[in-house]
Design a protein around this ligand. Structure first.
Ligand code: BES
Ligand code: ZN
Ligand code: ZN
Length: 457
């Protein structure tokens, strides 16, 4: 059964007064209608002030989810219908957004359902083939990030995660290098080694290099890969900590961004740096008060083992320096405090002020929203330690996201332009709406890929 998507002013709707009245009385952005014995979906007019590419993605996602629930197998739409429905927007961009939202709205994570509902209404767009393909590539990259985040921690862990990445990029022009525990010891990645000490898994570090154009400045994308965060000896409490399997959301964003860049043959020079650990309590785990010696000579007191993300990101930032990255972006589910500050609608971006605004614009257009946040110099001294160079927690009882950013800043190579994205509030959605499912978001893949393209122009 195929359903056609039409406009509110389509002649098959307006030529019949009863139909016209019915459609105009329906609330929302679209409605289903029977034309004789054919089911159609009517796109209703969106007020111009509400019309954005994000709105287009959301409408498409809602329609796709609704039709899948009705077990509709196919939907047909013309590129001109999409262009006319969202006339204020650029046609190609609107088509890409519609396809992207459609595919993501159809996303399911069904690996563990005994009776899986993976019904999807296939979308067939007539025309604008390139824009359609771009939408499909974008959605697939974000779905890859979602899959990684949703996967459970006994399946995706520091030992198995590198293989998943190797397999994903096999046969592409991207090159994946995996460092295991012994190599990490040689490389003095002591943050990664220390955080993973209490885990039954060995830590790892993955680098994915892609040179679409080797003459472009090197961009390093750094992603926090904590496959489960129990807090360690500073154990977390809570009724259900299942979501802490998504504490590798930063690494999922980076992996998704790499897929998007590779599949769209982007003319960029980029390397992904992904430290992978599990933060678990054990008698072998790092205890509060221990000191980590970093490769650059800095010593860090582990005041709280639950502030583990910054400890592994520090190694990756130093690695970006060894590789002479001109630009560095790190992304992490770093602090609960960013959720208090910004909620669940956008991430916080810290670092270079001008570039923060460049990134904000990128996110405004592609749906991975960020808001620029300050790195308050005066708070830096609150990271002092009584016996090491610094502590991994601040003495302040507030501004936790800022002090986490200040911690990272101490490890940023001198010659690199750096941004840090705290995506803790964007990790997962509590309900299905628009093109989001009630699970991991896949946030950050589009943001990092589009930002990399933007600064490489
Ligand atoms: N992974 C958490 C942050 C987090 C919290 C992500 C909620 C997603 C949702 C991080 O490792 C953490 O535990 N941060 C601590 C830092 C504190 C001990 C300084 C926090 O935010 O409470
Ligand atoms: Zn933690
Ligand atoms: Zn964490």
């Amino acid at each position: 059964m195929a359903v056609t998507i039409l406009l509110e002013n389509d002649k098959r709707v307006v030529e019949n007064e009863a139909r016209k009245q019915y459609v105009s009385r329906q609330k929302g952005t679209h409605c289903s209608l029977l034309l004789d014995d054919e089911q159609v979906v009517v796109l209703k007019e969106v007020k111009e002030k509400d019309l954005t590419l994000e709105k287009v993605r959301s409408i498409a996602g809602d329609i796709a989810r609704g039709l899948a629930a009705q077990k509709v197998e196919k939907a047909l739409v013309g590129d001109d219908t999409i262009a006319a429905a969202f006339a204020k927007l650029d046609k190609e961009k609107a088509v890409t957004a519609f396809v992207e939202g459609w595919d993501l709205g159809s996303y399911h994570f069904n690996s563990y359902k005994s009776k899986a509902d993976d019904s999807k209404a296939e979308l067939e767009v007539a025309g604008s083939a390139e824009a359609v393909q771009a939408g499909q590539i974008r959605a697939a990259a974000m779905a890859f990030s979602r899959d990684l985040m949703n996967e459970v921690s006994n399946v995706l862990n520091p030992e198995t995660y590198p293989d998943v990445l190797k397999e994903k990029f096999a046969g592409t022009t991207a090159e994946v290098t995996v460092y295991g525990k012994e190599q990490l010891e040689k490389m003095e990645m002591n943050g990664v080694l220390t955080v993973c000490r209490g885990s039954k898994y060995s830590p790892s570090f993955v680098e994915i290099a892609y040179q679409g154009d080797a003459s472009k400045p090197l961009v390093a994308l750094v992603g926090k890969g904590v496959t489960f965060d129990t807090g360690g000896i500073s154990l977390k409490s809570g009724k259900d900590l299942s979501d802490m399997r998504m504490d590798m959301g930063g690494s999922a964003a980076v992996a998704g961004a790499m897929q998007l860049l590779v599949q769209s043959n982007a003319k960029v020079n980029v390397v992904a740096l992904i430290p992978i650990v599990e933060n678990a309590p054990d008698n072998t785990a790092v205890y509060p008060g221990e000191v980590i010696h970093y490769k650059n000579g800095t010593t860090v007191q582990v005041g709280n083992t639950d502030a583990e993300g910054r400890l592994i990101l520090a190694d990756a930032l130093l690695r970006a320096g060894e590789l002479d990255a001109e630009y560095i972006v790190d992304i992490a589910t770093l602090t609960g405090a960013i959720v208090n500050a910004l909620g669940t609608g956008l991430g916080g971006v810290f670092g270079d002020e001008e570039l923060s605004h460049v990134m904000k614009k990128v996110g405004d257009e592609n749906g991975d929203f960020v808001w620029p946040m300050p790195l308050v110099d005066a708070y830096d001294k609150t990271l002092a330690s009584d016996y090491a160079d610094m502590n991994n927690i601040s003495t302040l009882n507030f501004a936790g996201s800022i002090t986490a950013g200040l911690f990272l800043r101490r490890f940023v190579p001198e010659n690199s332009k750096w941004l840090h994205v705290d995506m803790a509030g964007m990790m997962n959605h509590s309900s299905a709406s628009g093109y989001y499912a009630k699970s991991a978001t896949g946030y950050g893949a589009r943001l990092l890929a589009d930002y990399t393209v933007k600064i490489s122009e």
